[in-house]
Design a protein around this ligand. Structure first.
Ligand code: ADP
Length: 233
């Protein structure tokens, strides 16, 4: 991201973000509610237009590339599953739209189901699943598309505390297993500290600090970061 900006009406909510995310990195964008994290993620996904600056993926400018042609997959907080479809159909829907053959779709869905321990649930509908299982289906839907980059928007915030801890561990395992780049938005400092290779602390539409969890915890660069994440200065 080079000088990325976003305004809604006259109001600027992202004010010049420069960020280079490395291949296979797990980057967590963290900051208080309303600081612009989701808007940043949605601009990367192509769900929100970019008001200024450049977004590049593998050196290609993406500003005007359609969302489905960016090589990304996004997992939403609300899961956004289709209630009338089975788990298997939810997972393969995007592949069907992309005209992937039935055999290939089945293979990808079965592979993803194994990774996520959903094998035995493929014929159920979302209403017959627990919250954690629904979230796994939402992640499965992203996995079958073999994206270069996974985008997560507060994916665990609807789960209870115990399940959240379990899903954190599973996401960390997935990150290793899939060798994918992951960009993860949360307002939860613990999630950021435990999952990130690098943390991006966002405040009022700008990057307040960038570093590994340890760097940020031990050396918060501002009072804001110290209050939000670091040890007391
Ligand atoms: P966060 O994810 O950090 O909670 P958001 O990126 O959702 O923050 O929002 C940043 C700011 O942009 C907020 O002030 C929010 O009200 C505003 N905003 C987000 N989306 C829209 C929109 N579609 N129209 C107008 N304002 C918006």
């Amino acid at each position: 991201m080079k000088g990325i900006r976003k305004s809604f009406g006259g109001l600027e909510v992202v004010s010049g973000v420069d960020l280079h995310i490395k291949d296979q990195e797990f980057v967590v964008l963290v900051g208080p509610s309303g600081c612009g994290k989701t808007t940043l993620l949605r601009m990367i996904a192509g769900l929100e237009s970019i008001s200024g600056g450049e977004l590049l993926i593998d050196g290609q400018v993406m500003n005007r590339v359609r969302p489905d042609e960016r090589g990304l997959a996004m997992v939403f907080q609300s899961y956004a599953l289709y209630p009338h479809m089975t788990v298997a159909d939810n997972m393969s829907f995007a592949l069907r739209l992309a005209k992937v053959s039935k055999a290939e779709r089945d293979r990808k869905v079965n592979d993803a189901a194994k990774i996520l321990q959903l094998d035995h649930l493929l014929q159920r509908r979302p209403a017959q699943l627990s919250g954690g299982q629904r979230q796994r289906v939402a992640i499965g839907r992203a996995i079958v598309r073999d994206p270069k980059v996974f985008l997560f928007d507060e994916p665990l915030s609807n789960l209870d505390a115990a399940l959240r801890i379990q899903m954190r561990i599973e996401l960390a395992r997935l990150h290793k297993q899939l060798s994918a780049t992951m960009i993860y938005v949360t307002h939860d400092q613990v999630e950021a500290m435990t999952m990130a290779d690098r943390i991006v602390v966002v405040n009022k539409g700008v990057i307040e600090q960038l570093g590994t969890p340890m760097e940020i915890y031990q050396n918060p660069s501002t009072v804001f970061v110290a209050g939000f994440i670091g040890s007391p200065k």
